[in-house]
Design a protein around this ligand. Structure first.
Ligand SMILES: *Cc1c(COP(=O)(O)O)cnc(C)c1O
Length: 382
């Protein structure tokens, strides 16, 4: 069994994907071909946001958002302690100081009460200016945006939604990638909507920020005349080279259709099989709060603290079942932050999760038999 089986998906979509790849190769429009704009328009419509700008990867999308907001040295950016490295790496790389905040033990997402306490502490100390929150839709579940947005408004903070794992989720019918002042996602192959390499997208309702994003993505080009092919040689600020290749956009179009037509529903069905099969076990199962839907980037359980996780993984592996630990280390304990103010954090929930979480094989193409095998092996080991 594969942890996330991308080959089954390719088999299902082979004619459309092969056609798309051949079409782009024949057109020779490898950069900024028509598929890129078509994809951006389709994604913006689906998410319900005015602008979508695609970029080279999900990490760049967060960095670019920080640049648009002029976040850098002397600024504090609040980030969940339990996330993939990029969420804190990008603000730090711009010179800002990530302040790591603990998460909710049931949803694994940023705890809004602890967020408010962290903001007040930074403001009282006066060393950094509290500027922004990076809220992460971890494992596909949207963060608690009603509560997080209220904290941002109360303290005048900008909100970035890091939906790298969250594309396709929703809160009360409103889709992810629409909750931030700027929202970002990744098309890394293993994400809910993945391409065949690196890719990402930025979403915003702001015309001004969308212009700035388009400029930063292409070497700080002048965007005042979008139809001028020479504008990229008139550089009015420093930028990056961060574009989504035409080939990736062309691959994403049929994959996005499959995602909305059936994959999102199918992966929810697979997750529900796990929840049903494991509900009487000793495991703590992932929670989806009332009104929320998940796009299930991962199905992540917590094993009892007295059980050896390595031994569980080894037994599963012996039965042909791969499993992963997302994540082993809290952000504030990562070596990159050693000796900085980012290393100072009070995050006991994250520390416990890092010691107990286990992610199980999951993708929309898993069968009931696949899930039953994992469930029965897990119960046997426990
Ligand atoms: C994957 C991921 C990113 C970075 O995306 P890349 O496309 O791999 O650069 C950022 N944040 C989170 C939460 C992620 O899971």
């Amino acid at each position: 069994m594969q942890f996330r089986d991308l080959s089954r998906q390719y088999e299902a979509l082979k004619p459309q994907i092969d056609e798309a790849m051949t079409r782009v190769a024949a057109s020779a429009r490898f950069i900024s071909g028509p598929e890129v704009k078509e994809l951006e328009q389709a994604l913006a419509r689906y998410v319900g946001v005015k602008h979508c700008v695609t970029c080279a990867n999900g990490t760049d999308t967060i960095t670019i958002a920080m640049r648009v907001w002029g976040i850098g040295k002397g600024d504090a950016v609040f980030v969940p302690d339990f996330t993939f490295f990029s969420s804190g790496e990008c603000p730090a790389d711009e010179g800002a100081t990530p302040i790591y905040v603990d998460v909710d033990p049931r949803t694994y997402n940023l705890d809004a009460v602890k967020l408010e306490a962290a903001v007040r502490k930074v403001q009282a100390e006066g060393k950094y200016k509290a500027r922004a929150v990076v809220a992460v839709d971890l494992f596909g579940l949207p963060a608690d945006y009603p509560a997080i947005r209220a904290v941002c408004e109360k303290y005048g903070l900008l909100l970035l939604e890091d939906a790298a794992q969250g594309f396709g989720g929703s809160v009360d019918g409103r889709r992810t990638c629409s909750f931030g002042d700027i929202s970002t996602t990744s098309f890394f192959p293993a994400k809910p909507l993945g391409c065949y390499g690196d890719g990402g997208a930025i979403f915003t309702d702001s015309d001004e920020w969308a212009d700035l994003i388009r400029s930063i993505c292409v070497h700080g080009k002048d965007t005042s005349n979008p139809n001028d092919p020479n504008a990229k040689y008139n550089n009015i600020r420093l930028g990056k080279n961060s574009r989504l290749d035409t080939l990736q956009a062309a691959i994403l179009l049929p994959k996005f259709k499959a995602f909305t037509d059936y994959e999102l529903a199918d992966v929810n069905r697979v997750a529900a099989w796990y929840t049903e099969g494991l509900k009487d076990s000793a495991l703590i199962l992932p929670t989806v709060p009332e009104g929320f839907t998940s796009s299930w980037a991962q199905y992540t359980v917590q094993i009892p603290e007295n059980v050896d996780r390595k031994a569980v993984q080894a037994s599963l592996k012996a039965a042909g079942i791969p499993s992963m630990v997302y994540y082993m280390k809290p952000m504030h304990l990562q070596g990159a932050f050693e000796g900085t103010d980012s290393a100072v954090a009070d995050c006991p929930v994250t520390e416990r999760l890092c010691a107990t979480v286990l992610s199980l094989p999951l993708d929309p193409y898993k069968t009931r038999e696949d899930v039953e095998l994992v469930v029965s092996e897990l119960k046997k080991v426990l």
